[in-house]
Design a binder for this molecule. Sequence first.
Ligand code: ADP
Ligand code: MG
Length: 253
Amino acid sequence: AAIDDSLLIVDHARKEFGGVIAVNDVSFDVGTREIVALIGPNGAGKSTTFNLITGMLSLSAGTISVSGKVFKSAKPQDITKLGVSRTFQHVKLVADMTVLENVAIGAHLRGHAGAIKSLLRLDRSDEARLLAEAMRQIERVGLADQAHMLAGNLSLGQQRIVEIARALCADPALLLLDEPAAGLRHMEKQQLASLLRSLRDGGMSVLLVEHDMGFVMGLADRVVVLDFGTRIAEGRPDAIKANPDVIRAYLGG
Ligand code: ADP
Ligand code: MG
């Protein structure tokens, strides 16, 4: 994507933990209405890159910009306000609450520091507003029929989609997904891919970390490959699949 059109620009990002360089001079961007996949072997720096973008970690060097706002370190709440929303590698739903309740609470906790306290202070009209917004997102991801089911009774694929509904409540311009296809059955992966395509076609950008190469290559508009903290390749899926450096570092094994 052209830089002018970029929602996210990671510019010479570096992160050290003591002596370990987890992310070493990494640059890439995510354009509007684009799905970008971040791939690479274990320990390549993918999660650290995610955590730099979401403000969970601060950069040792370099900058990140979201919608034109440049920063070296920012609070997660500020990043959320700039339109970035994420899901986590492991599902974090409350099994014995309904889908609707899970999405509503997730929506409420997002961007609130004193989360539990502020939840107790909700009045009736706040609660109604929250539930209405949650229901809107549940419909958007195609789970309206499951809204009143207990989250724990859903398939893993449906639970992942509930997490996406939760992330959508913040009205993000950029959605970050950490291994969304992990453990899903073939059919569930297809459903997830089609949801992500429809979000993109509706104007959203998506950055995902994913190990499932069939899923990545069928979905991503562009792929960024990390190895030992360094960006070793970037391009369209077909070019990445044929790239000798990528095959050597990651796809060959
Ligand atoms: P990936 O997500 O690609 O598997 P990570 O970003 O988790 O890779 O890790 C990259 C490197 O940074 C690894 O060598 C890892 O051990 C190291 N690392 C990650 N987080 C920390 C931390 N909090 N403290 C020390 N080292 C870390
Ligand atoms: Mg990781």
